[in-house]
Write a protein that binds this ligand. Structure first.
Ligand code: ARG
Length: 458
């Protein structure tokens, strides 16, 4: 493509280090779409003849059909997807192909293709997250009143409802979707027509290519346009944060599925066995989701480090922008799908959850709150009295509400029979009816809102 200026061809090492076709062939659909928008505009503006524009457009369709049928050929001499396509186009349509690259550079071409690709990846992540939310909300509705221990420090803290716990992940994914939506809105400007770095002397119509490709508007600075990869970083940041959330949900399932907990039975379809221990059913999918979060945030770090300190405008370092984005997108899509299946198809062992809530002195705070409410004792003192009751119950190996009224009175004379009503796990969760609290009535309200937001039937 630049033979005119060179006496010798590249060394084998130059060819290999330069070739991005092994990975950027993933951009072929975007590259064809952007080229078609470009050549249609060149024709409409009279920059190339209508006849050549039609020949090129038809040729691009043929190249696309070949790629679809046989994949994209990998010839390192052709470097990247842009030159691979242009060279095949020349083979198919002859000299007219040479007019496609008028008023364009690979710099604005790759910036455009990559934005289109990232925009699709955002839409894919959003659709996946919506499916995950539907699963979370459906299961939360089923379990609005199922009681489990709530944890802090992974120590039993207070009883909560399983529905409430699942809806916590609904909130996280709501923020994830809004982060992806922000990224999409910010990135949706078209760099095509910025050419190499300075714009072009041809009378192009940037508005036309921008709308043909579904962008809101053309970008406003050609230097920035060819050197900006914020859109990819925004995507990776949203993906990393989403992956962190998924890793936390995965970790819950891993803990819950372990035998001492036994809170959940994972679907066979998302578990594996052991080649040596016949009894094993391992949560490999969840563990890999947990692991993938590390790789996805590694992709973010990789691209941040690639972009650090680059002067304007395009530098070849930026060719390395694609592998981390492609890798993260693949890992994220799998992670979202795996967690959706796990949420939708796991069996929650609500009997075991309830039992664990009852055995963990999870209602100790309710005893303290009762003392504050009914006996007007300051909370700090009530906390102390309750501690003594827990100590006694623990030494006798029984739950709090199995202490006799005489035992409780011996700890503090202001306690009376009415206290038992506050000590059950049901009473405990029902009492926490503040906005956003764990009470079944609150969970049902949140489920109804979420179903509305997701357009699910009520
Ligand atoms: N394959 C290149 C990339 O992905 C295309 C842009 C090449 N531009 C250049 N001036 N060499 O970044």
């Amino acid at each position: 493509m630049w033979g005119g200026r060179f006496a010798e061809g590249p060394s084998a090492i130059m060819r290999e280090i330069n070739a991005s076709i092994p990975f950027d062939k993933a951009l072929w659909r975007q590259d064809i779409a952007a080229s078609k928008a470009h050549v249609a505009m060149l024709g409409a503006q009279g920059i190339v003849s209508a006849e050549d524009a039609a020949t090129i457009a038809a040729g691009l369709d043929s190249v696309a059909a070949e790629y679809e049928a046989n994949g994209v050929p990998e010839d390192w001499d052709l470097e990247d997807i842009h030159m691979t396509t242009e060279s095949r186009l020349a083979e198919l349509v002859g000299a007219a192909a040479g007019r496609l690259h008028t008023a364009r550079s690979r710099n604005d071409q790759v910036a455009t293709d990559f934005r289109l690709w990232v925009r699709d990846a955002i839409d894919q992540a959003d659709a996946g997250l919506e499916a995950l939310q539907r699963a979370l909300v459906a299961r939360a509705g089923d379990h609005a009143a199922s009681i489990m221990p709530g944890f802090t420090h992974l120590q039993t803290a207070q009883p909560v409802t399983l529905g409430h716990h699942l809806l916590a992940y609904y909130e996280m994914t709501r923020r994830d979707r809004s982060r992806f939506a922000d990224a999409r809105a910010r990135m949706n400007e078209c760099p095509l027509g910025s050419a190499a770095l300075a714009g072009t002397g041809f009378p192009i119509d940037r508005q036309a290519t921008s709308s043909a490709l579904g962008f809101d508007k053309p970008t406003d600075n050609s230097l920035d346009s060819v050197s900006d990869r914020d859109f990819a970083l925004d995507y990776l940041m949203a993906a990393s944060q989403c992956a962190l959330h998924l890793s936390r949900l995965a970790e819950e399932f891993i803990i819950w599925a372990s035998q001492p907990f036994g809170f959940v039975r994972l679907p066979d379809s998302l578990s594996t066995g052991s080649s040596i221990m016949p009894q094993k059913k391992n949560p490999d999918a969840a563990e890999l989701v947990r692991g993938h979060a590390g790789r996805i945030s590694g992709c973010l770090t990789a691209l941040m480090m690639t972009m650090k300190g680059l002067p304007l405008a395009y530098s070849k370092d930026m060719q390395d922008d694609k592998p981390p984005v492609f890798e993260a997108a693949g890992l994220l899509a799998l992670s979202i799908a795996a967690m959706t299946g796990m949420v939708a198809d796991s069996t929650f062992r609500t009997d075991r959850m309830r039992q664990a809530a009852e055995l963990g002195y999870a209602t100790a705070t309710d005893l303290a709150d009762w003392l504050v409410r009914e006996a007007d004792i300051p909370f700090r003192e009530a906390h102390h009295i309750t501690g003594a009751a827990v100590k006694l119950a623990e030494s006798e190996g029984k739950p709090l509400d199995a202490l006799t009224i005489d035992q409780l009175r011996a700890i503090d004379g202001r306690i009376d029979e009415r206290v038992y009503a506050a000590l059950s796990v049901e009473a405990s969760v029902a009492a926490r009816a503040s906005h956003g609290g764990t009470a079944p009535e609150q969970v049902r309200l949140r489920v109804a809102e979420a179903r509305g937001a997701l357009g699910m039937e009520s």
